[in-house]
Ligand binder design. Structure first.
Ligand SMILES: [Zn+2]
Length: 182
């Protein structure tokens, strides 16, 4: 997996493309939550599910189907508990689905571990992208503070950080010129 920092940065970048009238800090929070939460499936190791199991790490909880359901569930919360119009609800769903689905897709670009069950529960094949430039992040916070962790951060900066910065700058300039975000 890329680290939680990288997944959060992607959510932050996507949030820049949400129109101001639909944006809120809570939406950014939920976007970061959706982009990072699939890795909570490492807890399944503790319950005895091995890596390659349907419920194992990078299995069903990394799938596009689960990520879209998660986005729909949180959107439903917005619709039920806040004054959210259907139109804003649609924007919220698309934003959250992009954040959560980006997780598994980015993981397919990593150099280690098993592939990602993107199409689970319909197809449990573990997929990798043909091009895998991102160094896989260690599982566990203590291992992250090591030479391995530093190499991960450098590769993430190159392959995720730089594209995100470019997108943020493009959005900023486009907004200045065309006033898109209103
Ligand atoms: Zn992951």
């Amino acid at each position: 997996m890329p680290s939680a920092f990288a997944h959060s940065l992607v959510a932050f970048t996507f949030s820049k493309f949400v129109k101001a009238k639909y944006y809120s800090i809570s939406l950014l929070f939920w976007g970061i939550f959706c982009s990072s939460i699939p890795d909570a499936d490492v807890i399944m190791f503790k319950f005895g599910y091995d890596y390659s199991h349907f419920l194992g790490h990078r299995g069903f909880f990394h799938s596009l189907a689960f990520c879209c359901c998660l986005a729909a569930f949180i959107t439903l919360g917005y619709l039920l508990f806040t004054k959210t119009s259907i139109k804003r609800g649609i924007v919220i769903f698309i934003f959250l689905a992009l954040c959560s689905c980006s997780h598994g897709l980015l993981d397919t670009l990593t150099s280690g571990g098993l592939g990602i069950a993107l199409f689970s529960p319909f197809d449990d094949t573990r997929y990798f992208a043909p091009f895998r430039p991102i160094k896989v992040s260690p599982i566990g916070i203590e291992k992250f503070f090591s030479e391995w962790g530093l190499k991960v951060l450098i590769s993430e900066f190159k392959w995720i950080g730089v594209p995100c910065i470019i997108l943020i700058v493009i959005q900023y300039l486009a907004n200045k010129i065309f006033n898109f975000s209103k």
